[in-house]
Structure formats: structure tokens, C-alpha cells
Design a protein around this ligand. Structure first.
Ligand code: MLT
Length: 252
């Protein structure tokens, strides 16, 4: 493991790579940080099918690494980004130096969850992504974060509201199709750090604790008063935790 690893960070839904802007800047002295836009999000203008599976995003990431000549990475993902990271880990474990799983889970959607995805996909076109964004902010940021940092809440809402309906719909439908990857967890052989917030209602703490128990040798960091966007809600604690994790890899 080189002293200056490549850290590849995948954003959640429906976001873009600006989710990781602060994290990338803060960790630039200890890692080469790559934070791509998943297909269709942010500045990405690749053609979009109606459905983009987590496996398809993972394939994009593999191609991007190949194109950059990067053989191995520490792969991080938040929420949907974590689903993609697990899809990647299943298929190309030999490309990983480590895994950083933030506010995410290995399980599949319930039937009700799948139906809600389809509604989200339709709403993206019928009501607009801005409406979806407004409804999501209270789920993504804790009440404390929203009260103390209204400018962050506004930035997160704007980050989501500017995404294209086609990208939002394709991702929502793709998430509905993702398989349960619980059986993958005990087979993972890379150092893994799981990060979450104790107020994350989308990925309640037992979800992260279960992943921690299932992944051999994994570490779990739980940030207090934080909901779903750990790296934005507790940037200093998040960055310090990831920094320690990266340092531990170079000594492994
Ligand atoms: C995300 O933040 O990426 C989403 O909340 C994930 C999901 O809806 O399952």
C-alpha cells in the first residue's frame, strides 16, 4: 500500500461530487482524492438509459480507474455511493486497498421501498427534482444540523435540486433493482471503515452495526448529532477518522 493512496469517493442520491468537495480538500495531503460524478449527475453528460443499476455505475468507476491507470484504490461511498462501492467490491476485490462505507447498507429494498423508488422516478419528471430535494433535506440532515447551519441545509437542497430528472429517475429505478449483498460482507478481505451518524433515520444505527459485525476486522465510527450526511454534518470528526484509517493502511 503506497504512502499516498488513491481515495475514490462516490456521492449519494440525488447528489453530485460536490458532496465530497470539502472532504477531498481536507484529505489532499494524505491521499490522491478522486470524486467523480456518477453517470448523469452533476456535470456528467453521458447518455442515460432509463435504469442505471449499481453494477452499471460500478463498471463506470472501473473504466475510469483503467483510463487513469490507477490499479488500486481505497473506495468510499455514501449511501447510494456505498451501494455502488459494494457492487464494485463484489466484482473487483483485487482493485481495493480499503473500503469506506458511509451511511449505507448491504440489504436490498423492501417491496414497499421498491414501489417508493418508482414514485420518486415519476415525481422527478412530474413534480420536478426541486420538490424531491425539499422533501429530502429533513431526512439527510439532523434537526441540530439544520438549526445550527441553515446555510448547509440550503446548500444541500440546492445540490440536489439541480440534478437532472433523467439521472434521478435512472438511479432511483437502479437502486430498486439492487440485490441483497449481505452475503458479500463476511467475504471482504480489505480493511473497512464504516461511518454513520447516530441520528441517521435512513440508515438506522443497527444497520451499520450489523455491517460492522459482518465485515471481518472492520471499524465503526458513529458521529453524534449527525444524520445521513456524515462528512458534511461533522466534517472535522469525519476527516480525522478517515485520516487515521488511511494512515493505518500504510502501516498494515
Ligand atoms: C442516498 O442518500 O443515497 C439515498 O438515501 C439512498 C437510498 O435512498 O437508499
Amino acid at each position: 500500500m503506497p504512502p499516498h493512496p488513491t481515495l475514490l469517493l462516490l456521492h449519494g442520491f440525488p447528489q453530485d461530487n460536490t458532496l465530497w468537495q470539502g472532504t477531498a480538500a481536507a484529505l489532499a495531503d494524505v491521499a490522491d482524492v478522486i470524486a467523480p460524478d456518477l453517470r448523469g449527475f452533476g456535470a456528467d453528460r453521458r447518455p442515460l438509459p432509463a435504469v442505471l443499476t449499481m453494477e452499471a455505475y460500478a463498471e463506470d468507476i472501473k473504466q475510469e480507474l483503467d483510463a487513469r491507470g490507477v490499479e488500486r484504490v481505497v473506495l468510499g461511498g455514501l449511501s447510494m455511493g456505498g451501494y455502488v462501492a459494494l457492487a464494485f467490491a463484489e466484482r473487483w476485490p483485487e482493485r481495493l486497498d480499503g473500503l469506506l462505507l458511509c451511511n449505507t447498507k448491504a440489504t436490498a429494498d423492501t417491496p414497499e421501498g421498491k414501489a417508493a423508488r418508482e414514485e420518486t422516478a415519476r415525481n422527478a419528471f412530474d413534480k420536478g427534482v426541486a420538490v424531491i430535494a425539499r422533501g429530502m433535506v429533513p431526512k439527510l440532515l439532523s434537526a441540530d444540523t439544520r438549526a445550527e447551519r441553515p446555510e448547509l441545509a440550503a446548500a444541500v437542497e440546492a445540490l440536489m435540486a439541480r440534478q437532472r430528472p433523467e439521472a434521478v429517475a435512472a438511479a432511483a429505478r437502479g437502486m430498486a433493482l439492487r440485490p441483497d449483498r449481505s452475503a458479500l460482507l463476511p467475504t471482504l478481505r480489505v480493511p473497512t471503515l464504516i461511518c454513520t451518524g447516530d441520528r441517521d433515520e435512513l440508515m438506522p444505527l443497527p444497520t451499520s452495526e450489523a455491517m460492522h459485525l459482518a465485515i471481518p476486522g472492520s471499524a465503526l465510527a458513529v458521529f453524534p448529532r449527525v444524520a445521513h450526511l456524515s462528512n458534511l454534518e461533522a466534517p472535522e470528526a469525519f476527516e480525522a477518522t478517515v485520516r487515521r484509517f488511511l494512515a493505518s493502511l500504510s502501516h498494515a
